[in-house]
Design a protein around this ligand. Structure first.
Ligand code: 15L
Length: 275
């Protein structure tokens, strides 16, 4: 059984992924925050902005799924340390530990300034819609460098929105169900001969803005399509900002900060009274 390091494992995508892959891989979950373990996984706390932490968590694994970092638009300082410094540290620590395979979940926001009436494939020039999107383009470029220069095997997934169900009109086009996420991650871990690939992390949505031929070529057969939810989603949709409506990245194209759109419900903790 392969040992997989998942950084940012306590986040929403990490939690869905760990639930889906439990028992299939020996999972080493890592995060800055504590997490509730799933199955037999192990947990290693780490701050990816620190190289020493990255060297420790990447030791002895077969592949890294690097989910750690800032996952929405926000202040530059946070993005710089988590998504630029942190991303570099994870790639470099993997290289120094002899880990060849890295799955880098990039984002639809690396290409969010393409219009919604355009269909784009994995060859398009990046058009990030935010500082966050720029950090994802950085990660894709770093992956390309590590593939070309150091012979690492890098699988970049431009992820849409991972959720049990699509939450609004934009997400009907970029929805990524947890089981489709798990399938694409399995391909990224198992497919032989990967050098550097970019694929779109979305389900088989009829309303997709992406030509995902590269993922299909590698064997991806999505099980879900957001269309089943379309009527209900569109019935509750309210008109939004005209710029956000025009571009694939939506509100990321106009806002300086974006909250997590649909965080997983967390367990309530019984806070101690301070008095
Ligand atoms: C992302 O890249 C984020 O990580 C996620 O939280 C969502 O905001 C998603 O994009 C989206 O576009 O819905």
């Amino acid at each position: 059984m392969k040992t997989i390091l998942i950084t940012g494992a306590a986040g929403d995508v990490g939690t869905h992924l760990r639930r889906e892959l439990a028992g299939e891989y020996r999972i080493r979950a890592s995060d800055l925050r504590p997490l509730k373990k799933i199955g037999k996984e192990t947990f290693m706390r780490a701050d990816i902005a620190k190289m020493a932490d990255c060297l420790r968590i990447a030791k002895g694994v077969d592949a890294v799924v690097h989910l750690g970092g800032y996952s929405v638009e926000g202040p530059w300082e946070g993005i710089l340390s988590a998504n630029i410094v942190g991303c570099y540290n994870v790639f470099e620590a993997s290289r120094r530990n002899g880990v060849k395979r890295i799955l880098f979940p990039t984002s639809n926001h690396a290409v969010g300034f393409y219009r919604r009436d355009q269909t784009i494939d994995h060859h398009v020039t990046p058009r990030p819609d935010s500082r966050y999107g720029v950090s994802k383009v950085f990660g894709e470029a770093l992956g390309s460098l590590y593939a070309d220069k150091y012979g690492m095997e890098v699988f970049c997934m431009r992820i849409g929105n991972v959720n049990p169900a699509p939450i609004d009109k934009r997400r009907l086009s970029i929805w990524f169900s947890p089981r489709d996420l798990a399938q694409l991650v399995r391909i990224g871990i198992e497919h032989p001969g990967i050098r550097y690939e970019v694929v779109y992390g979305i389900s088989g949505n009829r309303r997709a803005w992406y030509d995902n031929a590269n993922a299909f070529r590698l064997g991806y057969q999505p099980q879900d399509d957001s269309e089943a939810y379309a009527e209900a989603v569109l019935a509750r949709e309210k008109p939004g900002d005209p710029v956000a409506e025009k571009y694939q990245g939506g509100v990321f194209c106009v806002a300086e900060a974006v909250p997590n759109p649909a965080p997983l419900p967390r367990k309530r903790t019984n806070k101690k009274k301070t008095r």
